[in-house]
Design a protein around this ligand. Sequence first.
Ligand code: GLA
Length: 378
Amino acid sequence: MTSGPPMGWASWNTFAAKINYTVIKGQADAMASSGLKAAGYQFVNIDEGWWQGTRDSSGNITVDTSDWPGGMQAIADYIHGLGLKAGIYTDAGKDGCGYYYPTGRPAAPGSGSEGHYDQDFLAFSKWGFDFVKVDWCGGDKEGLDAATAYKAIASSIAKATAQTSRPMVLSVCNWGNQSPWNWAPAIATMWRTSQDIIYYGNAPEISKVFGNFDSAQHATAQSPGHYNDPDMLIVGMSGFSQAQNRTHFALWAISSAPLLAGNQLDTMSNDTKSVLTNAEVIAIDQDPLAHQGTKVSDDSGRQVYSKVLSGTNRRAVLLLNRSTSAAMITVRFADIGLGTTASVRNVWTATDLGSQTTSYATSVPAQDSVLLVVTGGA
Ligand code: GLA
């Protein structure tokens, strides 16, 4: 198991609110059997749609047991039985996103945790959940102060953990509103930095991948255990080419971003699996230093990003061509803090390109990228 940015799968991008025990079980089974678990993916995250906002007379959350036989504890138990971890979802406000933007189920009032923070996060922990994503639709509409609300939530989680001894990852999802990179690192494992990477039913767009990557650039906020979150992955969703899948995954990896797959795991192609399970790319993402790569040069959209890796004189480097025609892109070793000579490895092709002097240049197709590991002094 890795201890870097969280890795797993989340239900939203593929299923929207149309989830139940059978759907989640099917994807959890696929995560275990497909090789994703072996590659380091741990969390099976139940996003919006599990709860329609109902409570009993004591305020305890109630769910439809025809969708969730045995309640939410049963699915958490099932996920744990596969050797995986379980994630759940709520809103910081009174009414969740499913009330304001219903997607696959009727609009449900009351599907947020405001007024019940201690009670709900204790319930999640008792049910066995290891991760909770807290959305912001209600908080936003009500004009809540995000830092105040999420601090209260973090404190409810700490109280719950003190009772159950089960740590729970907090995923802050207020889309970069109210600058979460300034306050979330102290209280959360990850915080969203932008709007959604895809809206349900839309085709994936590489421009949204680039936009979310750009919005997540808050390198100084990041440290081991605390990550900018450019959103769940759309790798392997219908409409993306293999090159787009690789570029998207490489952008998240050079950022040390959480890797939460969003595609349908039980039907994914071998091509998609080969991207999601590439051990060298995952190692870049999970590098223990947890640095976020930063831009070191930009020639009209022909960009070079670099991040320091653990070890000696090692850098992950992404040559990203945002222009609309193929172009040579050069990484100058001086720009990434290395000396005159360095050995260069192309990560996706798993090819050692030998020792290079001063710089390395290669042709990058339009809207595409090349991911390298560059080791100085070799
Ligand atoms: C918001 C979040 C998404 C997803 C949906 C669910 O849009 O940003 O990631 O959780 O809500 O409605």
